[in-house]
Design a protein around this ligand. Structure first.
Ligand SMILES: [Zn+2]
Ligand SMILES: [Zn+2]
Length: 761
């Protein structure tokens, strides 16, 4: 903050310090005359300007006025004459907010940026729709609810699924009304009449028909595949929900017949009856593929089979390994290639199964040491490397090591979908801001794997399918009609799983707009901007592009605008355990919503993390006060004067100032059009404070007191016009205070500022 801001910032409560500390200028000729004049004129303006600006009492009233006008709805803007019927649409679909907690700082940023884009485009005359929504947020919400149950001494595993679903629904509904009122507090001008929830019937219907269509197009299959399973959360995950963690553990070299095999996981070794080596490994040339050897193992003698496979790294360990296809993806692939048996060793809770003999029922955490001890007494441990560094895969939510398990799940073949998306990204039909996200998206799409969309949780959209309890085949059954398996004739049971929440939210843009028949879909799809966190570029953005293209044949949005993380003032990630979580509503209560929004938007370049500091927000609280004082000055000085739209009789000096302003507005408009909002906001701030208040208003005092009638008339028009443009241009950033000041603007036939025009010049 520079010195002039620091000095003038506090002046809101001090009537004598006026708009800016004028220093020497206060002694200018005409100053006393001006004061006398001003006192007289101030008596004629709204008394609210004589008091400091009060965001608390203003914001609620203004929001209620906007909402009552209906003009968050583009159709109402047309009725009100603010938007032309054939205007080009502008659409943003709000990322559905998780309905499981309160608004956090990241949401504050989403609401600020998207509302700013929405208001700007509405003021540009576009048929503007910002469609709000809430997300049931499947697994995320269930985790929140489980914590609540834990506190009550209950667990979800003891509650009947239907009852649990109802409980979580109640919880979500209570939260969602809370969340919605918080979104309103941020000033969000979204069309509540079009609000959607991810479990709404029409959304579910769309999701189901996509599921069916994937099956019809042979892009869906049910497969026994290895999945990542969290033993604590009792669900499988996609690769995106896994966090890799480096650990230092013991690495065991075990004697396996004539071989020495290496492993970090002796607890998986019970079923190991295949020993694999590279076909080119000369050390083992005398062993033939398929050859049987008898050997002593953990629970007694076994017969092992030699398998030769090129996947073995000859340089790793001894170049020989045994495989556990049920619990390791690499081993699974080897077993698939050679048609080997796959046996489950560890159950879904992380306990050893009967195949482990004496160790059956033991948790794998305890079993490891016990098994090593037994192997030692049998003389089967060759050596132990105590400090082996390797990567383990953990649940992103609870940090538990995920256990690969073979499960029957629904998978989507992603390659054909990814290829379509890549084509559109390459031709520039989807643009990324900042553009490095295009590269990482392309890389991800080029290396895509099939997507496991089954989740073993109740809180979500049930998968409309039946399963054969004998042959394990799955059948998509939207109408709930199928009774028997068409391949073995056995009874079918309902699939108890739900969809991965991203499978439904991946269809959000076209589902919310009522694909395929709704008028909104025809009017507003493809949407213009998808503004969201860079963090969910794969989870969500890429899947929306793939599913949007697949279902509608068109990209779901033309521009992807990604913001960074909101960090605390010290630049640290906010987390409950660090006690540094900033609640946006505390800040809006303290500084006003406009100041909060400016603090988040000015200088915040897309894709980079933002440190949220109270100092920065308090600067904009001072700026709000400044605007308020400017209003008092302008309205008092110009009292009795109307703003004349096509005023031409400017003095020479005023003409120069007007042209300067034109240049600035053109520049800012170009920033807004090119997604440089962070610059536009800053330029407006500086212009309003350091040019309009500090320079133009200061020199106006003498002109208004001592100028010729022509000079006075010219100056009054310049003040009104310039202030009017400042308010219009600032409105998308600071909607509340600008709307409040606007209500006193002496302009014939004006509308609410929200549906006025953006100042091009
Ligand atoms: Zn977990
Ligand atoms: Zn069957």
């Amino acid at each position: 903050m520079n010195e002039s801001q620091a000095k003038t910032g506090d002046s809101a409560t001090n009537r004598d310090s006026d708009v800016s500390k004028s220093g020497d200028k206060a002694k200018n000729i005409g100053s006393d005359a001006f004061k006398a004049l001003r006192d007289k004129q101030e008596a004629s303006i709204s008394p609210k300007f004589l008091k400091p600006y009060d965001p608390a009492s203003t914001e609620e009233r203004i929001y209620a006025m906007w909402e009552k006008s209906g003009c968050f709805n583009p159709d109402k803007c047309i009725e009100a004459g603010a938007t032309k019927k054939d205007a080009k649409p502008f659409t943003i679909i709000m990322p559905p907010t998780n309905a499981n907690g309160s608004l956090h700082a990241g949401h504050g940023l989403v609401m600020s940026i998207e509302d700013m884009m929405t208001r700007y485009n509405r003021m540009r005359g576009r048929k503007t729709l910002w469609l709000p929504g809430l997300d049931h947020a499947g697994f995320e919400t269930q985790v929140v609810y489980e914590k609540k149950l834990e506190k009550e001494g209950r667990t979800r595993f003891e509650i009947e699924p239907k009852k649990l679903y109802e409980e979580i629904m109640d919880f979500t509904m209570t939260n969602s009304s809370n969340i919605k009122s918080q979104i309103r507090k941020m000033g969000a001008s979204c069309d509540w009449s079009r609000e959607k929830f991810t479990l709404d019937q029409d959304i579910v219907k769309t999701v189901y028909s996509t599921f069916k269509r994937l099956e019809d197009d042979k892009l869906l299959y049910r497969g026994k595949r290895i999945v990542s399973w969290c033993p604590r959360h009792q669900t499988s995950f996609s690769d995106l929900e896994i966090k890799d963690e480096e650990r230092i553990e013991e690495f065991y070299y075990l004697k396996y017949g004539p071989f020495v095999i290496g492993t970090t996981r002796p607890e998986t070794k019970f079923g190991d009856k295949y020993v694999v080596m590279h076909p080119d490994d000369k050390r083992y040339a005398k062993y033939k593929d398929g050859q049987k050897i008898d050997l002593e193992w953990i629970n007694g003698p076994i017969t092992a089979t030699i398998v030769k496979d090129e996947a073995i790294d000859m340089a790793f360990g001894t170049g020989v390994m045994t495989i556990t296809p049920w619990h390791d993806p690499v081993d699974f692939a080897i077993a698939e290639r050679h048609g080997l048996d796959k046996e489950q060793i560890i159950d879904e809770h992380g306990k050893l199964l009967p195949i482990a003999g004496d160790f059956a029922g033991m948790h794998i955490k305890k079993a490891r040491q016990a098994i090593i001890e037994k192997l030692m007494t049998k003389g089967l441990v060759d050596k132990i490397d105590p400090k082996y560094k390797h990567v383990v895969r953990t649940c992103y939510k609870c940090g538990t090591i995920v256990e690969p398990q073979i499960k029957s799940q629904w998978f989507i073949r992603m390659k054909p979908l990814a290829e379509k998306a890549l084509g559109k990204i390459k031709t520039g039909e989807v643009k990324y801001i900042p553009d490095h996200y295009e590269k990482i998206t392309t890389y991800w799409l080029e290396n895509i794997v099939d997507w496991n969309i089954s989740r073993q949780i109740v809180w979500g959209i049930p998968i409309p399918a039946k399963l054969c309890n004998k042959c394990d085949k799955g059948f998509v059954d939207l109408e709930d009609k199928l009774k028997t398996c068409d391949s073995c004739g056995s009874d079918l049971i309902r699939d108890g799983d739900t969809f991965d929440t991203w499978f439904s939210s991946g269809q959000w843009p076209f589902a919310t707009l009522g694909y395929p028949d709704n008028k909104d879909f025809k009017d507003f799809y493809p949407t213009d901007v998808m503004e969201t966190a860079g963090e969910i570029i794969f989870f969500w953005v890429s899947r929306m592009i793939m599913l949007g293209l697949y279902v509608t044949g068109q990209v779901p949005f033309r521009t992807v605008y990604l913001h960074g993380l909101v960090l605390d003032a010290k630049g640290q990630k906010m987390s409950k355990s660090k006690f540094n979580v900033i609640n946006p509503l505390d800040l809006t209560a303290k500084f006003g919503t406009d100041a909060f929004r400016m603090g988040l938007m000015v200088g915040n370049t897309p894709g980079t993390s933002l440190a949220l500091s109270e100092d920065k927000i308090s600067t904009y609280k001072k700026f709000a006060n400044k605007l308020w004082n400017i209003a008092r000055f302008v309205y008092a000085s110009c009292s009795g004067t109307e703003l004349i739209q096509d005023f031409k009789a400017y003095s020479k000096a005023d003409e120069i100032l007007r042209n300067e302003r034109h240049t600035l507005m053109t520049d800012i408009t170009s920033d807004m059009e090119n997604f440089r909002f962070y610059l536009a906001g800053e330029k407006l701030y500086h212009y309003a404070w350091h040019q309009f208040a500090d320079v133009i208003l200061e020199q106006s005092k003498a002109i208004l007191a001592n100028g010729t009638p022509e000079e006075i008339a010219s100056r009054k028009q310049l003040l009104l016009h310039t202030f009017e443009k400042i308010l219009r241009a600032l409105h998308p950033f600071m909607p509340f205070i600008t709307e409040e000041i606007w209500s006193e603007m002496p302009l014939k036939g004006k509308r609410m500022l929200m549906i006025e025009k953006w100042p091009i010049l």
